[in-house]
Structure formats: C-alpha cells, structure tokens
Design a protein around this ligand. Structure first.
Ligand SMILES: O=C(CO)[C@H](O)[C@H](O)COP(=O)(O)O
Ligand SMILES: [Fe+2]
Length: 224
C-alpha cells in the first residue's frame, strides 16, 4: 500500500497559517500533523484545542493530532471535538494506557500510541490489537528540526514484526528528522506514514518536497 506524507505544521510560519493549511490541502500531502506540547511532558509549549479547531475547520484532509502532554486522558474528548481524526498519546505519559486507547476509540477518533526513542516496543504487546497507529519517535519529542536517531530504524522493524506476528491492523508513523535523505530507509523498515516538518516548511518549494516524498519507491524486500 502506498505510503502517506503528513507535514507537521509545527515548522510552519504561524503568521501565515492560512498558507500552510492551503499547502497541505492542495499538495500531494495526505494528512495534517499537529503537535500539541504542554511544557511538562516535553520542554516546549506549542498549541492546543483552540488552534486545532481552527485548522480542522479549514482542513480538507485527515487531521492527525500528536499529543505530547502528561495524562492525556483529561483531554481526549476535547481534542476529538476540536476536529482530530486521529489522536496519538505517548505510552510514557499514560498510567493506564489501555484505558486511554479505549477512550480515544469511544471519542470516534483513530487511536495511536507514540514511543519515545528510549521506550522499548515491547510496551505495546498488550495493546497492539487495539491500535490504528503506532508512532515511532525518531527524535526526542519537543522540538522540530532535530537530527534523526539512526537506532530508531531498528524499532520500526521490531514494530512491523509485532504487527505482523499479532495480525494487527496498526500502521507505523515515523516522526522527527524525516526528509528526502532517510525516507526510503524508514519506509523499507516498515513505516507507512512520514511526518515531515522542517524538511517541508523549511524548503524553497514545500509542495515539491511533498511530491518527492510521495514519489519514493521503497524496495519491499530491502533489509536496511
Ligand atoms: O513531534 C514532533 C516533535 O516532537 C514533530 O512532529 C517533529 O519534530 C517534526 O519536525 P521535524 O520534521 O522538523 O523533525
Ligand atoms: Fe509530531
């Protein structure tokens, strides 16, 4: 199945938010990726439901919300109401991860779980069948424009293996330091959704980069 490209608006110029929304709506991009940071789970604060509601009102594509917040159970319903089509919580931020996943599903959104670079894939073993998406962080969360952590390729492979062995339906998203230089490798490791912030919005021709990311043809039997 073809892979998806999800530009992260964190790297957009918020003075020209309408242009960033228009870019995702009119380019070959598949999803909006919206990063919510609370200044506690991660050392940075971005935006919340109020901004997401306004973006979602203009979005013609799937709205993928990545919650980098402590105890996200408190806010699942409000993000769903704001227009999130998919909500991803961090395993590290949930005491009762299984319960939070059920809350997301009950809200009507697709359910995702994200793992920080140090978190083993085995944490998903008792929840994998319930997930629509697994987000493998390929940088430490909190900031755009960081360097891809090479070791995370191994985690993408392990996640793909877990999904296959358990006959689960979840797809794998990678987030952090993704661009034309490593997209082929992460796709060959088993990723299906490429989040790209600075690679897209930092480029002279963002629509062109999205087109190039979409055009990558991974070798399905590659061993990375
Ligand atoms: O979740 C994130 C950061 O925590 C962002 O989605 C990610 O950083 C995307 O930005 P870039 O592609 O520039 O690394
Ligand atoms: Fe993200």
């Amino acid at each position: 199945m073809a892979h998806l490209v999800a530009p992260s608006l964190l790297a957009a110029d918020f003075r020209r938010l309408d242009q960033a929304i228009e870019l995702v709506n009119t380019s070959e991009a598949d999803w909006f990726h919206l990063d919510v940071m609370d200044g506690s789970f991660v050392p940075n604060i971005s935006f919340g439901q109020f901004i997401i509601e306004q973006i979602a009102a203009e979005a013609k594509k799937y709205v993928d919300v990545h919650l980098m917040i402590d105890d996200p159970a408190r806010y699942i319903d409000s993000f769903a109401r704001a227009g999130a089509n998919g909500i991803t919580v961090h395993a590290e931020a949930c005491t009762h991860l299984h319960r939070v996943v059920q809350m997301i599903k009950e809200s009507g959104a697709k359910a995702g779980v994200a793992l920080n670079p140090h978190t083993p894939v085995s944490i998903l073993e008792n929840v994998i069948e319930d997930l629509d998406l697994v987000l493998i962080m390929t940088v430490n969360p909190g900031f755009g424009g960081q360097k891809f952590i090479y070791h995370s390729l191994q985690k993408v492979r392990q996640t793909a293996e877990l999904i296959t062995v358990r006959n689960a339906r979840a797809i794998i998203e990678v987030d952090g330091g993704i661009g034309l230089q490593n997209a082929q490798k992460v796709l060959e490791a088993g990723a299906r959704v490429l989040v790209a912030g600075s690679a897209v919005f930092g480029a002279e021709d963002p629509a062109g980069v999205i087109r190039e990311l979409k055009a990558i043809a991974p070798n399905p039997i590659a061993y990375v």
